[in-house]
Design a binder for this molecule. Structure first.
Ligand code: ADP
Ligand code: MG
Length: 456
């Protein structure tokens, strides 16, 4: 446990330092866009108002002069990336291109990205209802709660969005109520991959600069991040929609972290259906592999029944008035759901056959990347074992030296009689441990490679 604290503390410090650097860059960065409110940004966007500042930069409402009538309002996110080297800029642009391919009614549309005077700018869909965190605070202050039907409806929308991205092997990595937006009372997952674009190799530190409330135990312990870590965060959002409080709350960063890593699993109040509570608890299993995936949850009888009910309701509304935008979106969701269910049965047989040569090539690349990640994981595990062995040898050697000295002075018990957890004061664990971390850091940042804890 001691080493866990040590890991958290040093990472915290690093996180705080990074945050500070980001803030310093932001001050400089935000001047670029806001200093020229009258002029066109990227030859098409006009600044309308500042919506707020987040952990990575400033967000503005803009009008797109090249958009179709009625679709002009968009959001410009100016991200302070500082001095990205050309390679990193290319990487960020490639990732942005990938994100622009995501097209789902429950995901904030990513329109474009460009570099404007040292700033990485992202243009996304505008959600007039602001974020879910604001909505939750508003309800809390008014002493209101969301009706159960509203919660399940929103939860299903989020599941559909998460499933859509996981199917495409994209992780969100920062799911929280502040990154979920409301548009015509539909939830949309936003800030997609923005953290991913920025974290680079200092993943853990950057994440710790944000809020720990939605982070999974494995992410906090630096044991790798995968789709199931997003599922954990989604459960925290579900809890928050029901209770208007964080699932894991505490007075300090560390107390929240301890609750996540070691605390018991929270439950929903008895006023919520047993089934919903059981789903949430399964999503909060400390072991990622035991958590259900988004598609598994969507297929559970309780959720499936709500989904059918929702589809009927959406189609009723759509029949009443087909012109309203929100209903168009609702229709889109029904379509997405129907397509999804249909696809499930067809997938196994025809997926590869249906692919264009380009998609097949991408699949082969993904498979190759998987293989490489597997190899790297194996390598990291071997290195870890090797270092661990060396550390134990060192510890044994040092321990014998220590006890030999102590025997002379105090007539202390023999080494074998001491409990295994006895502290070894003079052994410089820090340097041994950093060599494990260095090994892993040298291997780079790979989603699929779950590394063993370097300090636990
Ligand atoms: P954070 O780092 O807290 O996630 P962001 O930089 O994402 O903050 O957002 C800053 C502010 O801009 C927030 O108040 C958020 O609600 C608002 N905002 C961000 N994206 C959008 C959007 N697509 N539509 C409407 N408001 C947005
Ligand atoms: Mg955000």
């Amino acid at each position: 446990m001691f080493s866990f604290y040590k890991q958290i503390n040093s990472s915290l410090l690093l996180g705080a330092m990074l945050k500070f650097q980001e803030a310093a860059k932001c001050v400089r960065g935000s001047v670029t866009v806001s200093s020229c409110p009258e002029s066109l940004i990227a030859r098409r966007y006009v600044l309308l108002q500042k919506l707020g500042s987040g952990s990575f930069g400033t967000v503005y409402l803009v009008s797109d002069k090249k958009a179709k009538q009625g679709e002009e309002l968009k959001v410009l996110k100016e991200i302070c990336v500082g001095e990205l080297n050309p390679n990193e800029t290319v990487q960020a642009s490639l990732e942005a291109q990938l994100l622009s391919k995501l097209d789902h009614p429950t995901i904030v549309k990513f329109h474009a990205s460009f570099v404007e005077q040292d700033n990485f700018c992202i243009i996304t869909e505008y959600c007039e209802g602001r974020d879910l965190d604001c909505k939750i605070q508003e309800y809390k202050e008014a002493g209101k709660t969301f009706p159960e039907t509203q919660v399940t409806e929103w939860f299903i929308q989020l599941l559909l969005g998460v499933d859509y991205m996981h199917e495409r092997r994209i992780l969100h990595r920062d799911l929280k109520s502040k990154n979920i937006f409301l548009k015509n009372n539909l939830l949309k997952i936003g800030d997609f991959g923005v953290s991913r674009l920025l974290v680079g190799s200092c993943d853990l530190a950057t994440t710790l600069a944000g809020t720990p409330h939605y982070m999974s135990p494995e992410a906090l312990k630096h044991q790798g991040y995968d789709t199931k870590s997003d599922i954990w965060s989604l459960a925290c959002i579900l809890y928050e929609m029901c209770c208007l409080n964080h699932a894991f709350a505490g007075s300090s960063f560390l107390s929240v972290v301890l609750k996540i890593v070691e605390g018991s699993t929270p439950s929903l109040p008895a006023t919520y259906p047993r089934e919903l509570n059981a789903i949430m608890e399964s999503m909060l299993n400390k072991s990622p592999s035991l958590r259900p995936s988004a598609i598994e949850i969507l297929k559970l009888p309780y959720i499936d029944a709500q989904l059918q009910h929702l589809m009927c309701r959406y189609s009723e509304i759509t029949l009443e008035d087909k012109n309203l935008n929100c209903q168009k979106e609702a229709a889109y969701i029904i379509n997405a759901v129907q397509r999804k269910l249909h696809l499930q049965t067809l997938r196994a047989l025809s997926e590869v056959q249906k692919m264009t040569p380009r998609e097949r090539m991408r699949l082969r690349k993904v498979q190759a990347a998987d293989e490489e990640a597997g190899k790297l994981k194996k390598l990291a595990e071997e290195k870890y074992e090797e270092n661990n062995k060396r550390m134990q040898e060192l510890r044994r050697g040092n321990f014998q030296q220590l006890t030999a000295g102590a025997l002379h002075e105090f007539d202390a018990p023999a080494a074998e009689d001491l409990p295994a957890s006895q502290p070894i004061p003079s052994l410089d664990l820090g340097t041994r441990e950093s060599s494990v971390e260095d090994t892993i850091a040298d291997l780079g940042d790979h989603d699929t490679a779950t590394f063993k804890p370097s300090l636990m």
